[in-house]
Design a protein around this ligand. Sequence first.
Ligand SMILES: [Zn+2]
Ligand SMILES: [Zn+2]
Length: 239
Amino acid sequence: MRSVVLITCSLMAPVMQSSSQSLVAVHRINTGSNVFILEGREKLVLVDAGYPGNGRKICRQIEKLAPKKLSLIFVTHAHFDHYGCADYIRKATGAPVGIHELDAPTMAAGKTPIPLVKSWGRAGKLLFPLGMKVWKTEPTSADMTFIEGDRLDAYGISAQVIHTPGHTDGAASLLVDDSVLFAGDLVVSVLHIGKQCYFATSWEAIDSSISKLKQLAPHRTFPGHGAAEISREELMEFK
Ligand SMILES: [Zn+2]
Ligand SMILES: [Zn+2]
C-alpha cells in the first residue's frame, strides 16, 4: 500500500512525528524539488536546499521552528535543484553546507552534470541550458565533506551518511534513526515510484546503490522530488 502525504507549506504540517527517536518531525517544503527540515530535539538539519530563488521561503519555514536553530545544510548531490539556495540559507542562518566529497567540486563550480539520460530525461537534457539561465545557480563551496559512514549526531540528529552513487558520483543518502531514509534523486516518486531511470552518471552504480538501500531496509524513504514517500515493501520491489 502506497502512502501519499500532501503537505501545505504555509501550515508547516509535519510529514511525520516521532516521540522516541532523535527525529521529532520531518517538514517538507516543495520548491519543485523537495527540501526537508529534520527537526531534532534541540536542532534542525536541512536535507537539500531547493531550486534557486527559494531561499526566503525556506528560511521562513526554518524560523517557524525557533528557538531551534539550523545546524547543517546537507546536500544529497550536486545538482542545481538541490543546492540552489544552499549559499543563501548558509548566509541567513550561519549553518554550514555539507556534501559527499565526490560531489563537492561540482557544487563549488556551480555545475550540474547529467552525462547519461533515458526516456524523458533526454528532453530534460535538451532543456537544461535554458533551465540553468532561468535558475541562476551560485557556485557553492562546501564547508565540510562527507564519506560513507559519517555520522551527524553532532548536528542533533542520529543519522548516517550512505554513499549511494549513480545519479551523480557523490550522491549520498541520509539514514536517520536507522529507519527513515532521505535518498535524493536515487529514487523517483513523480510519474511512478521506482529507481532513478532518467538521469545518471552510471546506471550500474544506481543498481548497486538500490541494492544497498534494500539491505538497510528503511521503513520510509523520502525522494528528492514528489510528495509520495516510499514504503519498505515498495522499496523491496524495486527492480
Ligand atoms: Zn539530481
Ligand atoms: Zn533533482
